[in-house]
Design a protein around this ligand. Structure first.
Ligand code: NDP
Length: 307
């Protein structure tokens, strides 16, 4: 596409200040400006968190997330709008967040923080705590997120298995299963970590059968997308002690509704879709946008193209 004016849509505000990104791109040979909904038609391209129907008139949309399930692929294709995403940048950030969940469960940090809120001095039972070396994590989705999780947890002594569609080997994973063998893959894991995108094939992939296949003392972590997990089935499994606990960054409805039982469960850690938040986020987005603007100027194909 021929880009003259690139808008940084103000919906990115919930992840980083739009002006930081716009300023860092000010030396590009295209005009870059922070825009609201009323200025979309002044641009030919946009960097955004959310989707707007008015984007269908543009030449190029760049999503600041890796997950692009909120964009209407068919409409974009029909209108000839290029969509690129931000996969490839979240490995270490999400990996460290997942390590912090596992360390919290193993070393009981979430329990101590809850007690601290009540000014309560209460030591855990002698056999509540454990350490990570020798445990196994099954990482479902072996892409950027999954590989980052594998690298950080691997450095803590966790044995890593994985699940992807083909079952082909991936560096950093001791064993990789094909998606049709998901129930076998999760059966031996102490932690099952969801790093999948939301697609027709992954919606409610984690259901009562999968939770039934997991060990009763295993933990579920979801940093992929909420609807990949059947949340009612997860709540049932937690209430029936069919799982030890869960750490959840993404939910079927976000923000998580106040009435959700997940808020009050002792062995559930809730984080508000921020597993990848970091002060460096806008810089990594800037690098991706810059690379594509330069590629377009040279007549080359886009990197991270989705549609
Ligand atoms: P990638 O495309 O790098 O990785 C996705 C992986 O999922 C691929 O390796 C693919 O492997 C695998 N996969 C896809 N479909 C299936 C399936 N049906 N069964 C088994 N495996 C499957 O994406 P990222 O790792 O960058 O991001 C993954 C998702 O994580 C994003 O789509 C987004 O929704 C979410 N995300 C969440 C964040 C947060 O803040 N919580 C931050 C960033 C991303 P193969 O092709 O081999 O099957």
């Amino acid at each position: 596409p021929d880009i003259e004016r690139l808008g940084v849509h103000d919906s990115v505000e919930s992840v980083f200040p739009p002006s930081e990104l716009a300023d860092s791109l000010s030396d590009l040979p295209v005009e870059v400006a922070v825009i609201g909904d009323d200025e979309i038609d002044s641009c030919d391209a946009v960097v955004t968190l959310e989707h707007r129907d008015a984007f269908l008139e543009l030449a190029w949309i760049h999503s600041i997330q890796a997950g692009v399930d909120r964009f209407p692929f068919d409409d974009l294709e029909e209108r000839g709008v290029l969509l690129t995403n931000s996969t490839g940048i979240h490995d270490r950030w999400v990996g460290e967040t997942v390590a912090s969940y596992l360390l919290a469960f193993a070393r009981r940090l979430h329990e101590h923080v809850a007690n601290q809120q009540e000014r309560r001095w209460e030591q855990p039972a002698w056999d509540d705590g454990f350490t990570l070396p020798g445990t196994t994590a099954c990482v479902v989705g072996t892409g950027t997120l999954g590989s980052g999780v594998a690298e950080v947890l691997g450095s803590l002594g966790v044995r890593i298995t994985g699940v992807r569609r083909s079952g082909d080997p991936v560096e950093g994973f001791a064993e990789v299963y094909a998606s049709e063998d998901l129930e076998d893959a999760v059966a031996d894991a102490d932690f099952v970590i969801v790093t999948l995108p939301l697609t027709e094939a992954t919606r409610h992939l984690f259901d009562a059968d999968v939770f039934g296949a997991m060990a009763d003392d295993a933990y579920l972590v979801n940093v992929g997308r909420g609807p990949v997990v059947d949340e009612d089935a997860l709540i049932d499994a937690l209430e029936a002690d069919g799982l030890a606990g869960a750490a959840l960054d993404v939910f079927e409805t976000e923000p998580l509704p106040a009435e959700s039982p997940l808020w009050e469960m002792d062995e559930v850690i809730v984080t508000p879709h921020c597993a990848a938040f970091t002060e460096d986020y806008y810089r990594a987005i800037g690098d991706l946008v810059r690379e594509n603007v330069e590629r377009f100027a040279e007549g080359e194909a886009a990197t991270n193209r989705v549609v």
